[in-house]
Design a protein around this ligand. Structure first.
Ligand SMILES: NC(=O)c1ccc[n+]([C@@H]2O[C@H](COP(=O)([O-])OP(=O)(O)OC[C@H]3O[C@@H](n4cnc5c(N)ncnc54)[C@H](O)[C@@H]3O)[C@@H](O)[C@H]2O)c1
Length: 338
């Protein structure tokens, strides 16, 4: 029986790109059925709750979701639903692969994977103001929470990912020279675990700022990079930039009890409703999901059709310097499904 996947179209450009992706998956023969749910601003407007119980229940039951971007108000308003979902389902590994698809960019032949810890670090949500005298917001404090348990499971995931996908090297990016406790624990556990993989996976550690520079100067020296939550957040956009930007960057949020696949980009309110959003990043997230579900055949079919469409450059959206739109892009991929 076809597996059921929770589908969250999301906010802004979300419904436009999920519509296109669902159409492509159906034509490619993916064996699944959708359980559509709402979240984010859309849910807040419709049912007064940005993360309705029915949506949580659906993900809990299906254990798999494909999610469009969700808007989060900055500074004030409700907490990020993306972060809430990651914490609710303990989606501890955020996996973001990037590969050059558009020829003629700054770099050719980029192929690397970032594994970001997704539940701890500076994004664990432990923060508060400190009042001094008459100023209730005289200072503010955010706690970088790192546990041996959390570090162990993300590093294990990174090493096992490398073994499973035939990757040669794991680079642990950190700031243990300054943050000796939190980042020191991350590094110590990494160095210890690396010994178990000797001869199978090469290991190195690098300071996060040097990693950022080297990613620009010589990205080819990297293969799998693993780091804590906020460093990973920043590096993942940086590596998306190496292959032409957010329009081509997918991500998987993986845990023991559920996995949620999404594009790295947000809800792009500036182009929402115009029909010009690029569906490729969400489509690539759907390819990751099909692989995760054990459906490599439709995944490969879509990947080949997408790569061909991008290489040949017809019908592409304006962010890829095309003159087409979301639907013409999807149609072009569908035409090339072998
Ligand atoms: N995972 C998520 O759901 C997620 C991730 C990042 C941001 N957000 C949210 O999205 C909202 C907007 O954030 P932002 O503007 O900083 O980032 P964004 O990624 O939405 O947009 C940045 C720029 O990239 C463009 N862009 C993004 N996706 C595109 C696509 N598929 N095709 C063509 N162009 C695209 C946008 O038009 C914009 O110019 C915020 O509310 C933010 O919280 C959500």
């Amino acid at each position: 029986m076809a597996e059921t996947v929770t589908l969250i179209p999301g906010d802004g450009i979300g419904p436009e790109i999920t519509g296109a992706v669902v159409r492509i998956l159906e034509k490619a023969g993916a064996d699944l059925q959708w359980d559509e749910q709402i979240a984010g601003e859309t849910a807040l407007k419709q049912v007064g709750d940005p993360l309705p119980k029915a949506t949580l229940e659906s993900i809990r039951t299906n254990r798999l979701a494909l999610k469009g971007p969700l808007s989060t108000p900055s500074g004030t308003g409700f907490r990020s639903i993306n972060v809430a979902l990651r914490q609710e389902f303990e989606l501890y590994a955020n996996v973001r692969p990037v590969r050059t698809l558009v020829p003629g960019g700054r770099y050719e032949g980029i192929d690397l994977v970032l594994v970001r810890e997704n539940t701890e670090g500076l994004y664990s949500g432990v923060e508060h103001y400190i009042g001094i005298g008459s100023d209730p917001r005289a200072a503010a404090e955010s706690v970088m929470l790192v546990t041996r348990f959390g570090v162990n499971r993300i590093l294990r995931y990174a090493f096992e990912y490398a073994v499973k996908h035939g990757r040669k090297k794991v680079t642990l990016a950190h700031k243990a020279n300054i943050l000796k406790y939190t980042q020191g624990l991350f590094l110590d556990v990494g160095r210890e675990m690396a010994k178990e993989y000797e001869g199978r996976v090469e290991f190195e550690d690098r300071i996060i700022d040097a990693t950022a520079m080297l990613l620009v100067m010589d990205p080819y020296r990297f293969d799998v990079i693993v780091c804590e939550n906020m460093f990973g957040d920043i590096l993942s956009d940086q590596i998306a930039g190496l292959v032409g930007g957010l329009g081509l960057a997918p991500g998987g949020n993986i845990g023991e009890s559920a996995a949620i696949f999404e594009a790295v980009h947000g809800s792009a309110p500036d182009i929402a409703g115009k029909g010009v959003a690029n569906p490729a990043a969400l489509l690539m997230a759907a390819i990751m999901m099909l692989q995760h579900m054990g459906q490599p055949a439709p995944a490969e079919r879509i990947r080949n059709a997408l790569e061909q469409t991008i290489r040949e450059g017809d019908s592409l959206t304006p962010d890829l310097k095309g003159t087409g739109n979301t639907e013409s892009f999807a149609d072009a991929v569908i035409r090339r499904l072998a």
